[in-house]
Design a binder for this molecule. Sequence first.
Ligand SMILES: [Zn+2]
Length: 431
Amino acid sequence: MIPALRHWLHARRHPLRYTQLDQLLRNQALSRDEVLEKQRRDLAGIVAHAVAKVPYYTARFAGLEGAAFRNLPILSKEDVSSRLDDLLARDADRAQVKLGHTGGSTGKPLAFWYDEAKHELMRAGMMRGFMMSGWRPGQKVMYFWGARHDTVKGGVFGGGWGAHLGDLIAAEKTIAAVEYSEAKLHEWARAIQTWRPTLLYGYASAMSELARYILASRLPMPESLIGVYSTAEMLADSQRELMQQAYACKVFNQYGCREVPNIAWECRHGHMHVFADLVHLESVAIEGEDRFLVTSLSNRLMPFIRYDIGDSGRLLDGECECGSPFPLMEMGMCRQNDLIRTRAGKTLHPSCFNRLLYGMTQIRQYQWVQTEIGRLTLNLVAEAPLSAATLSSLRDRLRQEVDAEMRLEVNYLDDIPRTAAGKHRFVIGLK
Ligand SMILES: [Zn+2]
């Protein structure tokens, strides 16, 4: 199918997404000053909405009328988890609202509310981000998504996707990149060669494991590729170089999370641009690091205001030669987690271990530690111990999804120690 026809069919199938994309592209045509002016208005608008319509903020911001934005309280992951119901707007249509889950890159499972319009805006934002590479709607994108959850209906990413026909029209293919056996890596490399996508999108760890395999096996990548997007994890320079060599195209970093997507995207000149029409980003000194606080400007269903997302980085002055009006930022060190390897030779992505704990909201913090090749320890800080049934189903899923021989030990702790850099590591592999 030719890209123009695909684009037309896809736009007919997702009118809301394309209307939102048009609006986002108009925002991108504004000047820097106009973008910042719009951001100030939107920020005041979302705070006023939250105070008026969202029980959590009505109570939390009481008495703070007229306070400067930087003096408003910070929203922690703990708050999101313990006050989930109070964070939903009173006027939300509960029949339309869905609950999304994230493993939480900082080691705490998190649930959040979303609806179809939020999902479509997220996808429109991603399309605009992809367009910064030269990609155009209708051209193929192959997603290497860590969570199998997301490739079926019910995931925030999967929601609203049709079945196979939808993927064909959308020019999208999703690969469940949870484990990296040699056979899987070969299969994925072959899929890229035969399907000939324009872009690849996936976790830094998945994309670089595949890159290593491609280089070692001397598999040529198709000339159709113009970019590889790395998401959800810290992208190390060594991974970027490896990927650029293997895929023979540019590597782009992308920053955001499930609950607040589309925070920043890298342009062709290698700069991270904050999507200032969708989010407001601050960098604030907390516990000795420059911590990002993000505010979603579009989420009226479940407002995130000064949300401590658990990452660090800085906002940068200056313009970029790419011409984007969006301001610049750089990531700090964060999200360092390990792969888990099994006796049978499988390698598993950390997200796989997040997913095992989805929905267990009594867990405040967790950390998986591989102590021997066939043994995992799960350290938990929890409001109540896991029930016998939960524990037994967790053991079953470990045997099915990780390794038939894998043994599990659970420890309950008062606190999980952080690394020297203050980061929570939620998966620690064998050294
Ligand atoms: Zn730029």
